[in-house]
Design a protein around this ligand. Structure first.
Ligand code: TGC
Ligand code: FAD
Length: 392
């Protein structure tokens, strides 16, 4: 069991930009992570098993759909509160944050934004309480960065839709009770549909052998002539902008979450640099180690300000998808670089589970790929500033 000695780092007094409620939320989530995640996370990752009790705990701290209004069972918080929660969860582990961000941004958000009143009442309160777990199926074996090409289909059979196809790399799939699935209809238009576990022909085989996000359950969604009731179609959205809108919310959360992973690596490296003696001095007294640490806190501070400003814009409904892409890309890359530098500061110890570094580093290798790869987000920025589409 690892002890969590994490201390607060706020070099630019960014806390002064937060409300008392934001700070209270941060302290609550941090305390939960210190109590429920850190002591067992290394073991959970070594075994690569999903720790089910976290579902109830995440629900209790309000981490499932924090922005969902109270009338549908959510806490109705703002987007900065959501970001802070994701930051604190990812300080614990990216896989724990993934579980929460999929449930909130990729399952609750589309049902809230595009669902019928009946769908909202049926699913949202149970998802908020963790009584149901959801997953989001967009990526297919042959269509990752280019989801517009998807081949999963729903056919209108009069009384029901017939769903055929497969999704791959789906977080929460093996433990999910419901899946929000994106598929093309008879007109070739992308639609969202809610598939429930137990429907005949629907299976969720687990993806094994990951070296990354080992605390998160990943799997496939396989649809073999699944009859889905008509009332499960999300009525209020058509086209790729449906799933991409959900990604805006999740990518925003990741922009904050990555800061948590970076802070945990920095915190550990700073402490180690003061304790580890070589050549008769703490290694933190050597200029080369100071350069690494000084650059880490500089990059973290820049990322904190980017995330906070994006949160303000998101609260005002002014954050553009391209601004979200910039923050997701920058902050994840920042965190991955910090993990790599922190690993070096820890020397050989950095590869062991006694420190959180290697685990964060391996997790971040997924985070830099999912929700749009590092390259895709650069191309989104490129297109936004030049007006030229360099995707195809
Ligand atoms: P394009 O022609 O540009 O756009 C199609 C329609 O969508 C609109 N749009 C957006 N709407 C809302 N938010 C966004 N971010 C949007 N981006 C585009 C666009 O205006 C258009 O609308 P309309 O009305 O004209 O139809 O689409 P494209 O096919 O050229 O693709 C653009 C591209 C490459 C940027 C997009 O496909 C993309 O982002 N690809 C990356 C795929 C991706 O991020 N997949 C993520 C899967 S989910 C996941 O990874 C979960 S991990 C969760 C975890 O564990 O935490
Ligand atoms: P590809 O699209 O094949 O890309 C391979 C490489 O080519 C990348 O470097 C990419 O940047 C580059 N590339 C692609 N197109 C271009 C281009 N036009 N120009 C330049 N370079 C390009 N998906 C879901 O739907 N739901 C989930 O819950 C989910 N969870 C995930 C969990 C994990 C652990 C992982 C690893 C992935 C998850 N994904 C999920 C899938 C994820 O979103 C995709 O892996 C990601 O979008 C990239 O797709 P791909 O893996 O098919 O890579």
């Amino acid at each position: 069991m690892r002890t969590d000695n994490y201390q607060h780092h706020d070099y630019y007094l960014v806390d002064e930009l937060l409300s008392e409620e934001h700070k209270l939320i941060r302290d609550t989530v941090r305390a939960w992570v210190k109590r429920e995640v850190t002591p067992i996370i290394e073991d959970v990752c070594q075994k690569a098993t999903f720790h089910k009790p976290w579902i109830k705990g995440l629900a209790e701290i309000g981490a499932f759909g924090p922005f969902i209004p109270e009338e549908y069972g959510g806490p109705g918080l703002d987007y900065i509160a959501y970001g802070i929660m994701m930051q604190e969860l990812e300080r614990g582990d990216s896989g724990v944050r993934s579980t929460a961000s999929v449930q909130g941004s990729l399952v609750m958000y589309p049902i809230y934004a595009f669902g019928s009143e009946e769908q909202k009442r049926k699913y949202l309160p149970k998802l908020a309480k963790g009584e149901l777990v959801g997953c989001f199926g967009l990526t297919e074996p042959d269509y990752g960065s280019n989801p517009a090409g998807m081949i999963t289909r729903i056919e209108d059979k009069g009384d029901y839709y017939l769903l055929n196809g497969a999704k791959m790399w789906i977080s929460n799939a093996p433990i999910a009770d419901i899946a929000v699935v994106w598929a093309k209809d008879d007109n070739g238009e992308i639609r969202g549909i809610i598939v429930e576990r137990g429907m005949e022909g629907f299976s969720t085989p687990e993806t094994h052998g990951k070296w990354s996000l080992r605390a998160s359950a990943t799997g496939e969604l396989v649809f073999d002539n699944v009859k889905v009731p008509k009332e499960n179609l999300l009525p209020n959205i058509k086209g790729l902008k449906g799933p991409l809108s959900c990604l805006n919310s999740a990518r925003y959360g990741i922009a904050w979450g990555a800061i948590g992973a970076a802070l945990d690596c920095y915190d550990s490296a700073l402490r180690y640099s003061k304790e580890r003696i070589q050549f008769g001095k703490p290694i933190g007294a050597f200029q080369l180690q100071q350069k690494k640490l000084a650059e880490m806190i500089t990059e973290i501070t820049k990322a904190q300000l980017l995330a906070w400003r994006l949160g303000v814009l998101k609260n005002e409904n002014r954050a553009t998808p391209a601004q979200i892409s910039m923050a997701k890309r920058n902050n994840v890359y920042m965190a991955l670089n910090i993990a790599r530098e922190a690993r070096q500061i820890h020397g050989g110890m950095g590869i062991t589970g006694e420190f959180p570094i290697m685990r964060h580093m391996m997790n971040l290798e997924s985070v830099i790929t999912y929700e749009g790869t590092h390259d895709i987000h650069l191309l989104i920025t490129g297109m936004d500033i030049t007006g030229f589409n360099a995707f195809q």
